[in-house]
Design a protein around this ligand. Structure first.
Ligand code: COA
Length: 164
């Protein structure tokens, strides 16, 4: 069974992430979306909140599971029988960081490879921090996150309480 792991902070999941999940799921038997912590990033949301939002967005894809993990991506992959880490590349600016992670992950466990998918052009400008920023001022996020989590995103990140 070919198992891929798609790790990330997903704070929150965006249409860009969902695009990678849908395309990645078609390349393997099981895709595990793993909510992990990037130690360089601070978050005001819990992993459970992020998992709930992801779960709502992937219900229509039967071979996708959502899990959380504290620790190294390669350890999570090994524990779950995965041989491939899936990552999306939005632009050249992602490349150096992703290359570094892919090299280090492979050095830590050479049984596990990284597979990159180019983000669809229409989502290549998206990032979770920009969504958080827009949502915090109750800006329009309809084009950026899946419809089923728009209310959650405002409830979690909107600092205006809808009063603008
Ligand atoms: N569409 C939209 N946005 C995308 C995207 C896509 N296809 N692909 C990446 N992004 C954005 C995210 O929204 C996020 O934006 P932000 O920085 O504004 O929040 C950014 O790109 C990167 O986020 P993400 O893909 O979630 O990665 P990350 O850098 O937050 O975390 C981990 C990367 C979790 C995979 C990495 O830190 C990790 O493996 N941690 C576990 C510990 C470990 O193993 N460390 C050693 C690594 S060598």
């Amino acid at each position: 069974m070919k198992i891929f792991v798609y790790p990330g902070s997903f704070d929150p999941i965006t249409n860009g992430h969902l695009d990678i999940i849908e395309r990645g799921a078609s390349l393997c038997d099981k895709l595990i979306v793993a909510v992990l912590q990037n130690s360089a990033k601070k978050s005001s949301t819990t992993k459970d909140q992020r998992v709930d939002m992801i779960q709502k967005c992937v219900n229509h894809i039967p071979n996708v599971e959502v899990k959380t993990f504290d620790g190294l991506t390669v350890d999570f992959a090994k524990q779950n029988g995965a041989t491939t880490i899936l990552r999306g590349l939005r632009a050249v600016t992602d490349f150096e960081y992703e290359l570094q992670m892919a090299f280090l992950n492979r050095q830590m466990n050479e049984q596990i490879d990284t597979c990159f998918l180019m983000a669809s052009q229409r989502y290549s400008f998206l990032s979770s921090s920009l969504i958080r920023d827009i949502a915090s001022y109750h800006g329009k996020i309809d084009d950026f996150v899946p419809k089923c989590i728009i209310e959650d995103v405002y409830r979690i990140y909107d600092k205006t309480g809808g009063n603008i």
